[in-house]
Write a protein that binds this ligand. Structure first.
Ligand SMILES: *Cc1c(COP(=O)(O)O)cnc(C)c1O
Length: 358
């Protein structure tokens, strides 16, 4: 149990007037959670303080060598006005796995969840009320040693900030065009693909920008060795329904193990679908598309929950999926996931964790 010291702001900000115009990650709440780590002492001084900048020395390790990682999760307000989280222990566990790879000291799962709950409870009035909007929660940890030598830092800061964010599909679910990236790669065996570290994103921005210039929403990454097998999309995992079966890349080190991904796999299996987690060649996906067997394609991730794909372009070859419409399995997953998260349907899986009465 953390002994969290709470210092409330003397100057609370006005809540957003129009919850239809929140956007994503642009407005932040009044407080943040902070905890420090010192080698030999461990994690200490857990506290909630007014949201404020960090004073940092220009030679701080994280600025130069990117020893840093983050998480992404949401708090939802249900129709009965309960504020709840979705599988927060999965995020806590994933942060431990990321931390291990990045030589960042781990935070116990129960401490992580306690910190998230304490902050969300204090900020409960910031959890949006309108359908589809939520409080986005961004836990992150970074190295704070000062000095330019390359080594694992002896000091770290763990912080959690919250951003009320709008419905991802404010104008209704809109299937996206995806560019299959065949020059740049995101991950390779032995690297950091399975961690949620900022460095993975820094390395991916260029491909994303180029794809956007060509009118695509996201890039689909292929494996970093042969550029032959599909891995994931931007900030989402991806699934393909081909001839009745669902295919997605296995989490063997190069793919980010998404909480949405594993939840969808569980639901799909409950519904009787065969889910194949393993290598799927992009050539086979395109061939299935041309043969009329590529029934549905969708991304999975906390931000969008489920994002249907209407087109894939690989080296100039194009396939179109389900006439540009969201497919029935994609729709059912979207309805079920969002139904559980916003408390519209009973949570028979035990995935939701109530924080407080709204
Ligand atoms: C966060 C993330 C995902 C999705 O994970 P969720 O836990 O479902 O939000 C997928 N891919 C990448 C690269 C990510 O950073």
């Amino acid at each position: 149990m953390l002994d969290i010291k709470i210092t409330k702001t003397a100057a609370p900000k006005a809540k957003p007037a129009d919850e239809n115009k929140l956007g994503f990650g642009k407005i932040f709440t009044d407080h943040m959670f902070v905890m420090d780590y010192t080698a030999g002492e461990g994690w200490h001084d857990p506290r909630i303080v007014p949201y404020a900048p960090f004073p940092m020395d220009p030679a701080t390790v994280v600025f130069h060598y990117a020893q840093e990682l983050f998480e992404g999760m949401k708090a939802y307000r249900t129709a009965d006005d309960v504020v709840q989280l979705f599988r927060p222990e999965c995020n806590a566990q994933r942060m431990q796995d990321s931390s291990d790879r990045m030589c960042v000291p781990q935070i116990p799962v129960e401490d992580f969840v306690q910190a998230v709950k304490a902050l969300v409870e204090l900020e409960k009035d910031w959890v949006p009320h309108i359908d589809g909007a939520s409080l986005y929660i961004r836990p992150f940890v970074f190295a704070t040693d000062v000095g330019l030598g390359v080594h694992a830092s002896k000091h770290y800061t763990f912080c959690i900030i919250c951003a009320p964010s709008g419905a991802y599909y404010a104008e209704g679910i809109d299937p996206v065009r995806i560019y299959v990236e065949d020059e740049y790669v995101r991950a390779a065996p032995g690297l950091t693909g399975f961690t949620k570290c900022g460095g993975n994103y820094a390395a991916s921005i260029k491909a994303g920008e180029l794809a956007e210039e060509k009118g695509f929403a996201q890039v689909l990454w292929l494996d970093g060795v042969e550029k032959k097998y599909v891995e994931e999309v931007g900030s989402m995992n991806i699934m393909f329904k081909i001839d009745g079966k669902i295919y997605t890349a296995a989490c063997t080190g190069t793919v980010l193990p998404g909480v949405t991904r594993r939840s969808c796999i569980e639901l799909l299996k409950d519904w009787g679908y065969e889910v194949v987690e393993g290598p799927l060649a992009i050539a086979d996906v395109m061939e299935a598309g041309h043969a009329g067997k590529l029934e549905e394609v969708f991304g999975t991730g906390t931000a969008a929950v489920i994002s249907p794909v209407k087109e894939l372009d690989w080296k100039g070859d194009k396939v179109f999926i389900n006439g540009g419409e969201i497919g029935p399995v994609t729709q059912k997953l979207y309805d079920t996931m969002t139904g559980i998260q916003w408390g519209r349907i009973p949570d028979s899986k035990g995935w939701t964790v109530p924080v407080c009465k709204g």
